[in-house]
Ligand binder design. Sequence first.
Ligand code: ZN
Ligand code: ZN
Length: 291
Amino acid sequence: MTYTTLLEEWEALLERRPTFREPLKAYREILVAWSRWSGERLAPLGWTAAECRERWRRGVPLLAETSPVVEPEALEDLLVPAMELLFAAGTDDEALRRFAQAWDRGEVTPAALLPAKGTLGSVTIRERLGLTSEALGFLACGGLRPILEDYFAGCRAHFSDGVWDLGVCPFCGAPAGFTDILESGGRRLACHLCGGAWIFPRLKCPHCGSVDSKDIVKFQAEEREEGYLIGACRNCHGYLKELDRRVRWNAGSALVEDWGSPHLDLVAHRAGYWRAVPTLIDLERGSRPGS
Ligand SMILES: [Zn+2]
Ligand SMILES: [Zn+2]
């Protein structure tokens, strides 16, 4: 999957949902920045299958025990559209300015954006700069994808179904961003931060791990669209949107479908649920309950 393909998918989605073209136009800039990324300046992770699987067996995402060496300038090109989008959302201006100044002084480095233990970005940096978790999470999503995707490119082949059963990405440790129901009926979670994907039990909450069937709820928007669902958990109130690819075989990638369905996020938010990986709606609506 190249980013040019993602851009094409994004355009195709907006053809289907033209009313989103204007409110979601900032996403396009992020995808354009990704399509311009050249990975030449990044050394990919060279771990063997045994080295990767040893971590997965322990339930440790690879990024917990290694870190890409990223030049700040390389990340900056990717971060600019996400920063602009945040400024345009207008919720966190002062904190964003502090972030930009600290970045320019070299006090905040690319490491501050990396996911860890199911959170996006460094909690220390977030608290020091007064950034919301949504804003820092959004910067991480907007800036890191091409970097992490290239970094893990050599390790993808080492992964196989059954070696990982957690709700966070086995590669980078970020929380899941989207659910795909596959042709086989299996459930695959997608990571927006690195492009990772892994099979996960249908009736288990990826956020809190609950397998109690009373906790798991599925619902749709009022205007039903076949194949699109919200899967939520009554125990932790986390949700993920899901797409049944058996009925939507020509849909776009997980990220495109996620970004392109804010109406479903609105439904989930109104029902009192939150998502771990922020989108535009989270920025505009402020913090999730309790954070
Ligand atoms: Zn990941
Ligand atoms: Zn849960």
